[in-house]
Design a protein around this ligand. Structure first.
Ligand SMILES: [Zn+2]
Length: 446
């Protein structure tokens, strides 16, 4: 008898040391060893041989708006976590806004956890929110296990989640730094947005002009300044403006504690291809030009951008009107993020190891889950995606598990079919068939 319960084998296993043929043993929901391909399998263990399909660590998506409870007609824990599982994601961290209540007090966090607990098909953690009037709630939320705090520097789009002005940002950030927490920031400067031309209507060029790069650049510059002054840890959410890259690179070189994410839509879609009136492409900051996108890829390659997350932020279809000024801003990409990023990464000469680094290892590190998630190595949770990287599929919204099947990727042909997804050694989805919810609610450091 051995302790090994499950043995996973593939000619292509993505490990921290690279991709190689290997045999992975699992016991008690954890990886116990990564062995040579032809290692003997204990007779009492179950063997799953994936042939040439790639075994990669389950993705960790630290930027998802689940909207549950309160706006469950937009999304919910049941649908979001199934969509994530279908896309190879095994951990998500839920944003504090768009649900009602927002995650801005310990009581509200408890409400959210109660709603999520029986619906989670993958592991779920929570961000808290930093509002102008909840500085006193930040430490209790930190102690209750949120992974950090989100703040907006410009209006968020929902009234119950107001933004922080310069002074309030300083106050919240000082409080968060006092207990060693992380502030994650939607960085667009409200004054630059106010000064930009606001035409409204269906033209994408007008919408793009209304959210200029300098709004991002200015906000990021101010955030970096405050992080430096307070020696605080900050994270720039959904970077779109490539003009901000030099100042981020400079801050990192100086030792400022700043990390940066970007999103599949900024890396795979371009302003030039957005049809007028097509607000399924609307998000803030916006999808920019192809030349901007090239620089984002370069920054991922050189490490100026740390990671890639979905910023899955759906709404009901009726809010996606053809007026870019008033349509809901948010792109649904949870189920498609791995394939979308892999398709473009592959075209640009990157390997799947790079995609895993950006979408699993680095995001796990961002939220301090890197002892348990984000790599195939002994001791970590047995969370995997099995991917056929050279198979293609055409995106059919009807095949999505999102509650609202609206997507900017409709009709695109993507590389990378997720064959199955595994959570702590259990297959949670294979070929579109799900098990019941097996996800756990995660807290920081636990
Ligand atoms: Zn977001």
């Amino acid at each position: 008898m051995s302790d090994t319960e499950l043995v996973l084998r593939s000619t292509r296993v993505i490990t921290p040391e690279g991709t190689r043929p290997a045999t992975v043993t699992v016991a008690g929901g954890r990886i116990t060893a990564v062995l040579p391909y032809d290692a003997a399998v204990p007779s009492d263990a179950r063997l799953e041989d994936f042939g040439d399909d790639v075994l990669l660590p389950g993705l960790v998506d630290t930027h998802v708006h689940v909207n549950d409870p309160g706006r469950t007609e937009w999304e919910g824990f049941w649908t979001a976590t199934r969509a994530a599982a279908a896309g190879g994601i095994t951990t998500l961290v839920d944003m504090p806004l768009n649900s009602l209540p927002p995650t801005t007090t310990v009581d509200n966090l408890r409400t959210k956890r109660d709603v999520a607990v029986d619906k989670a098909h993958i592991d779920v953690g929570f961000w808290g929110g930093a509002l102008p009037d909840n500085v006193k709630d930040l430490r209790p939320l930190h102690e209750a296990g949120v992974f950090g705090f989100k703040a907006f520097l410009s209006p968020s789009g929902v009234d119950e989640f107001p933004h922080l002005d310069h002074d309030r940002l300083a106050r919240s950030l000082a409080e968060i730094a006092s207990f060693g927490g992380l502030l994650i920031v939607h960085a667009e400067d409200p004054h630059h947005l106010d000064a930009a031309p606001q035409h409204g209507g269906p033209k994408y060029a007008d919408f793009l002009a209304s959210r200029p790069r300098d709004a991002e650049d200015t906000a990021i510059s101010q955030l970096i300044g405050q992080a430096k002054r307070l020696n605080a840890r900050v994270h720039v959410l959904h970077l779109s403006s490539s003009d901000a890259l030099p100042l981020i690179a400079e801050a990192k070189a100086e030792g400022v504690r700043v990390t940066v994410e970007t999103c599949p839509h900024y890396l795979t879609l371009t302003a030039e291809e957005v049809p007028d009136g097509a607000s399924e492409f609307k998000c803030c900051p916006p999808i920019r030009e192809a030349a901007n996108q090239d620089l984002l890829w370069q920054a991922l390659a050189d490490g100026t951008i740390d990671c890639v997350v979905t910023d899955h932020s759906p709404s009901t279809a009726d809010l996606k009107t053809d007026d870019f000024a008033t349509a809901w801003g948010g792109i649904s990409g949870l189920q498609l993020s791995l394939a979308a990023v892999w398709t473009e990464a592959r075209r640009r000469g990157h390997g799947l190891e790079d995609v895993v680094r950006w979408m699993s290892s680095r995001t796990a590190e961002l939220v301090g889950l890197d002892a348990r998630k984000g790599a195939i190595e002994a001791g970590r949770d047995a969370d995997f995606a099995v991917l056929a990287p050279d198979e293609t599929f055409t995106v059919d919204p009807a095949a999505l598990q999102h509650r609202n099947r609206v997507t900017a990727y409709a009709g695109k042909t993507l590389y990378g079919v997720v064959k199955s997804t595994w959570l702590r050694g259990e297959r949670i989805v294979a070929d579109g068939e799900f098990t019941g919810p097996k996800g756990r609610l995660l807290t920081r450091d636990h």
